[in-house]
Ligand binder design. Structure first.
Ligand SMILES: Cc1cc2nc3c(=O)[nH]c(=O)nc-3n(C[C@H](O)[C@H](O)[C@H](O)COP(=O)(O)OP(=O)(O)OC[C@H]3O[C@@H](n4cnc5c(N)ncnc54)[C@H](O)[C@@H]3O)c2cc1C
Length: 383
């Protein structure tokens, strides 16, 4: 048997790490204060695009898309509810040069993506109003069902011997000779050689126990949900810079924001899970500007949800302060799609194997040392 590991958090990250560690032969206990998927993961758009500005994130998005589209293989028979919808990203004149540079980078790491002209866009997205936007199309992109993903992962890891306890909050860490040797909970202590904190928006509150700031800020965002009129069949996800929104065209159309200023600091234990009428009207205006027929859609309201945001909108992954204490959080509204690839590197680092990726740029001390990740777009969530 390998190392004993406690994972704090039952979102897509904690469960994916549990899977990779169990396959490395570790004894794994996963503790979730509420229920699986109840943090950011359950309400995730779970859009799986590969359009990123960094080789690391683009490569991980490509690898993870491969896992999600073959989830049965990864989880020994389960499903992530993957739908290969495709993705169209539209930018205004100011972002054309950045778009071209990103496409070059993405192709260099094996992603299939292409520039498309107005005639192509209209074929891929019937009833669209392309205007003077420039667009790219990722045919392989899609989306998953986040709740199904969580339950498939849970079933798989239980089958591999992982213990999952729901409704059990980690309240602090057990420290012996400057090394973390376990966690304390309302029901006593769990000892481990390594503790992995995959606590999303709650990471900072928990790490205060050992005097560490994770730099992860809980933020509230909103999504609006619309039933499309019959002439709009759905199809590819749309990421639309000029109209400052993304639209996932599943059974219903979910419209969310891409503006960092539309995420607001919140208390993750008391945030408003509803949507403001004002936001629904804003989202309807934005999506109708791209698809005029959406002005005849039916509004189903929407929801408020949590992002776990770092100052550069990229995650913090690595050891923090004390030996044996490992952080993996702060996915800033775009972490679902990266989970399988992130988890593979985290597991390798925990067991001391050569990791598939070098996470130097994601280390949790980067903000203290003044190093921020720079990307090409002003819309930080795009990465
Ligand atoms: C509306 C919305 C849309 C999104 N759309 C996309 C998208 O299209 N594509 C994409 O890639 N990403 C998207 N994301 C982001 C993505 O969902 C998140 O990055 C990802 O789910 C983060 O997973 P996680 O496991 O790190 O965190 P969470 O899912 O938040 O899990 C953390 C868990 O830790 C538990 N926990 C916290 N503290 C403790 C404690 N002390 N003891 C025990 N348990 C604890 C919490 O209860 C929680 O369940 C979206 C997010 C939202 C909210």
């Amino acid at each position: 048997m390998g190392r004993d590991v406690v994972i704090v958090g039952g979102g897509v990250m904690g469960l994916s790490i549990a899977l990779c560690l169990a396959r490395e032969g570790c004894g794994v206990v996963l503790l979730e204060r509420n229920h699986l998927g109840s943090g950011s993961t359950g309400k995730s758009g779970a859009i799986l695009r590969q359009h990123y500005s960094l080789p690391l994130t683009a490569t991980m998005a490509r690898e993870s898309l491969d896992v999600f589209s073959n989830f049965e293989e990864w989880t020994e028979g389960g499903s992530a509810g993957f739908v290969r919808s495709g993705m169209v990203l539209l930018v205004g004149p100011d972002d054309v040069a950045n778009l071209n540079r990103n496409l070059e980078l993405q192709r260099s790491v094996g992603i299939r993506t292409e520039l498309v002209d107005n005639a192509d866009i209209s074929r891929i997205l019937p009833h669209v109003e392309p205007g003077d936007s420039v667009a790219c199309y990722e045919e392989d992109a899609g989306y998953a069902d986040p709740v199904m993903t969580v339950h498939t992962l849970a079933k798989c890891v239980r089958g591999l011997g992982v213990e999952i306890h729901e409704g059990l909050e980690v309240t602090g860490f057990v420290v012996t000779d400057s090394k973390v040797t376990g966690v304390s909970t309302s029901e006593g202590e769990y000892s481990a050689q390594t503790v992995v904190v995959a606590a999303g928006a709650w990471a900072d509150a928990l790490l205060k126990d050992v005097g560490w700031s994770s730099s992860v800020q809980p933020m509230r965002v909103q999504s609006a949900v619309f039933r499309r009129p019959p002439e709009l069949p759905g199809g590819p996800t749309v990421i639309d810079f000029p109209n400052e929104m993304y639209a996932k065209q599943a059974g219903e159309t979910h419209v969310g924001s891409i503006l960092p200023s539309e995420a607001s600091p919140t208390d993750p234990d008391a945030y408003d899970e509803g949507v403001e009428g004002r936001y629904v009207r804003l989202a309807l205006g934005r999506v109708s500007a791209r698809f005029p027929a959406m002005s005849k859609s039916i509004s189903f309201g929407g929801y408020g949800a949590l992002y776990a945001v770092t100052p550069d909108w990229h995650p913090v992954v690595g050891e923090v302060g004390l030996e044996g204490l490992y952080l993996c959080a702060g996915f800033s509204g775009h972490g679902f799609k990266l989970a399988p690839s992130i988890a593979a590197t985290v597991a390798a680092e925990v067991v001391g194997k050569k990791p598939p990726h070098d996470f130097a740029i994601l280390r949790p001390d980067r903000f203290a040392t003044g190093t921020h990740i720079e990307t090409r777009y002003a819309y930080s969530i795009l990465g």
